[in-house]
Design a protein around this ligand. Sequence first.
Ligand code: AMP
Length: 418
Amino acid sequence: MKFRSIKGTYDVLPNISDKWKNVEFYIHQYLSRAGYSEIRTPIFENTDLFKRSVGEDSDVVSKEMYSWIDQGGTDLTLKPEYTASVVRAYIQNNLNSISPISKLYYIGDLFRRERPQKGRYRQFRQFGIEAIGSKYSEQDAEIISIAWNIISELGIQDITLNLNSIGSSETRKKYKQVLIEYLKPNFDQLSESSKKRFNSNPLRILDTKNKSEIEILKQVPKITEYLSKEDEVHFNEVQQRLDDLNIPFSLDTNLVRGLDYYTRTTFEIVSSKLGAQDALCGGGRYDKLVESLGAKSTPAVGFAAGFERILLAMDNDNELVEKNIKKIYLIGLGDKVRSTMTKILGQIRNEGFYIEFDPLRRSIKSQLRESNKLGSSITIILGEKEMEEQCVQIKDLSNGNQQSVPFDSIISYLKSLK
Ligand code: AMP
């Protein structure tokens, strides 16, 4: 084989694509019911958009972006995350003039040149929502509860919601200094990447998975102790609203999230079913992003969840498969039936039934085997004898009843079986 897929990418083959489709369908339905509308943005954007929003010293921007200069000399990047792109579209299309609150969701592919491992890919798929316009705690709680409910209703158990507040940018500025002072005596023991972040983005060190750094951080002052009065009120309200919604959470004062634009609420949902890459979803409030991209200051909150990890954590494959769907298998036998078979297939399919036939012209035995393999609940047989009598044999496999049905009554008969 000469060509292989690129490292960190994968093919979604038919045995798994149904599961993907069902999960996506479910998400579309859930979010529409919650009043969110889908937004689709281009797969690539100006590189500067991500530099400006995500921050130049973040891992994503500094080492993971797929960027190139196109033939016209424009610096472009395959989207490594959605929020910046959605906010760009929100500003460019004046969505604020349509409504003071924009409730948007997306499903799409993202690209990051990370080290591939289970649950971590270079092209991966996320769904997420962005609610742009409200600064109030009930909006934070709605976003968090949607993430929680979707993930749990997909049948994923053993999940934990970790919650924190990183306050406003002033809080973070103050806390950054506290953190630098705290870490200074241990600077030599820090990993190379943490040393690099020490001055520019020391909050990221709190995210570490490195065991000796976790030890160093054991006595670290908590960011929540540096919240302003308003930040604290907001954070307490978010917790109250989550209690109102019966959503359980754990406070994790080290949860600061990697991206620069977060303010106040940060959260993630993790699953103990997954290995090292255990985060199913991450999100939070980003009140400064709209303004930093050049528009009027507008508060916003959102989350992004990774499909691959959700699918890995789902063990009840059939949970979402439409349960009561009746599959029909149409068996055609002999050259004389082809035209009629094709017409019948078209009519039944146009009525909205699930129907398949055998395009390989196999024997009745093979076709029955195929029908069985597909889990059909009805088989329709059309042979030369039936052609002469202008009817088909319809067998209801749930009870074994077989009936001869004239051509012009097939649809009404099938409907009576529904
Ligand atoms: P982030 O955009 O980094 O906040 O990530 C949000 C969610 O996307 C994570 O919780 C993961 O579920 C998923 N995710 C992020 N990066 C990857 C990746 N490289 N491969 C697969 N899923 C990812």
